[in-house]
Design a protein around this ligand. Structure first.
Ligand SMILES: NC(=O)c1ccc[n+]([C@@H]2O[C@H](COP(=O)([O-])OP(=O)(O)OC[C@H]3O[C@@H](n4cnc5c(N)ncnc54)[C@H](OP(=O)(O)O)[C@@H]3O)[C@@H](O)[C@H]2O)c1
Length: 280
């Protein structure tokens, strides 16, 4: 079994994930896995980085597919024993012009952004090594105050919130989206936003969980907003390059920052997730 340190990035074949892999290959003293759901696209991305003299490895990984996640987890466990850095970057967003019914958009978006991130975290949590960094890719849209209802905000930010109850809240949102009363019930009108609020809430809960489960391991779980980045997701409207979009995730992965259960901005500033002061 390899004794080297290990970093894993989901959705690494393009966009911000690709730049995160590139940054890790340059700065992290260990093995870096670029993973992607499409094997051909992932291998092409690896080849691109090899042309630049970098040396990432590849594994197929679809975060929506329990079998794919299980296969990769077993592969990592057998070959490396554990993980030092896991960056859950993979995500989706419907375009504003999408004609899919809102209920479908809500279900599909929560499925990948929230449940996919949860599935990856739950699979890899037991493999996190001493001092490991778990980074959940959120968004400015994932700030708590994107949820209009004070009552929902209070539930989502409660120190007593469990993953089970957070998932129930995500289900409640999907039901409201399907019934067409999501705005009336205080969820607002963005499925992407609720999915990313879920991701940031998840990071806070998971920090409490690892502290309780593995008190001696010093594991950090944080979420970040990468900035508005020029990628396929933003239809290349974002002003930041993918390298600039990778800065906050790389900071959480590499710097001795001491942050636990926090939400940070693209400039690496800690933003109070439960206060209405995000710099949007
Ligand atoms: N761009 C922005 O301005 C911005 C702002 C805030 C937050 N973010 C977040 O940053 C992250 C990266 O976004 P991006 O802008 O780089 O988007 P992107 O260019 O569309 O890349 C998204 C990546 O996620 C992958 N992915 C999607 N579903 C997946 C699944 N089920 N399993 C595995 N991989 C999957 C995609 O794979 P395929 O190529 O196979 O589709 C792709 O590699 C996302 O979580 C996004 O929400 C982006």
């Amino acid at each position: 079994m390899s004794q080297q340190k290990l970093a894993i990035v989901t959705g690494g074949n393009k966009g911000i994930g690709f730049a995160i892999v590139q940054g890790l290959c340059k700065k992290f003293q260990g093995i870096v896995y670029l993973t992607s759901r499409d094997e051909k696209l992932g291998k092409e991305a690896v080849d691109k980085l090899k042309e630049l003299g970098l040396n990432p490895r590849f594994h197929q990984l679809n975060i929506d597919d329990p079998k794919s996640v299980e296969t990769f987890k077993n592969y990592v466990k057998t070959n490396y024993g554990g993980v030092d850095i896991l960056i859950n970057n993979a995500g989706i967003a419907f375009k504003g012009a999408s004609t899919e019914p809102f209920g479908v958009q809500a279900e599909v978006t929560i499925k990948t952004n929230y449940y996919g991130t949860l599935r990856m975290s739950e699979a890899f949590l037991p493999l996190l090594k001493n001092g490991a960094q778990l980074i959940q890719m959120s968004s400015s849209a994932g700030h708590l105050f994107k949820v209009p209802s004070p009552e929902l905000r209070s539930k989502l930010s409660s120190d007593q919130l469990t993953i089970e109850n957070l998932s129930l809240l995500m289900e409640e949102f999907i039901r409201s989206a399907k019934s067409g009363n999501n705005v009336e019930l205080g969820w607002g009108s963005s499925a992407y936003s609720i999915s990313k609020v879920g991701v940031s809430a998840l990071a806070r809960i998971q920090q409490r969980m690892v502290d309780a489960l593995y008190p001696d391991k010093n594991i950090s779980v944080n979420s970040c907003h990468p900035g508005y980045v020029s990628t396929d997701m933003s239809s290349h409207k974002g002003p930041l390059t993918i390298e600039e979009g990778a800065v906050s995730a790389l900071y959480l992965a590499l710097a001795p920052h001491g942050l636990k259960g926090k939400y940070i901005w693209s400039d690496c500033a800690v933003i109070e997730w439960t206060a209405p002061n995000a710099p949007y």
